[in-house]
Write a protein that binds this ligand. Sequence first.
Ligand code: GRF
Length: 221
Amino acid sequence: MTASSPVRFAVLASGTGSNFEALAAAAARGSLGGTVELLLCDVADAPVLQRARDRGIAALTPDVGRFRTRIEDERPWLASLHEHGIEVVLCAGFMRRLHATLLAPFAGRMLNIHPSLLPSFAGRDGIGDALAHGVRVTGCTVHLVEPEIDAGPIVAQTAVPVLDGDTRDTLAARIHAAEHALYPEAVRRFVCEPWRLDGRRITFGDGPGLARRAGRQVAHG
Ligand code: GRF
């Protein structure tokens, strides 16, 4: 089954928020497959909060403690997502590990963007690690979120060349530009088009596509 009415999205972000901006702009153009209803941010002075305010999108900074999310911390987050009728969660530079409290209710309905061609260079510094390794091609990946970090089934990827003379900043700028095109389009396909999951492999073109509500399962195979 494919989504037939606009999906209600929340974005989880911790920092600059350029991907939040790309997602919100796509939603405003009607090309995301739904509306960005909520920003959840774990950093009280993150620039992404101002971006949400500028766009009139509700922004919450739940108290999550200083170092890492404890399971009990995620309950207010989950309550906020439910209060806003959120159907799909989009992680965009969210630098905190999530746990089952939040992951389980949104299984199959939570995406993330990572700045490398996964499974290469998972982890906190996908750009720096790719540059240090000396690869000639890196990129960005949109994937389903699962408990293991940066490891869920891949929805979409874009390759980005590493050029001679690249610094971390020049490579990051090229990857971010690719992300801003990739993420909104991957979200639109994910919520609007049919797809199926065979093992780890997502195939577009037929299948049940997005399972929108908690309790409905994404079909496997
Ligand atoms: C992006 O590179 C994204 O891939 C990674 O964190 C960065 C967030 O950047 N997960 P921004 O806050 O969206 O500008």
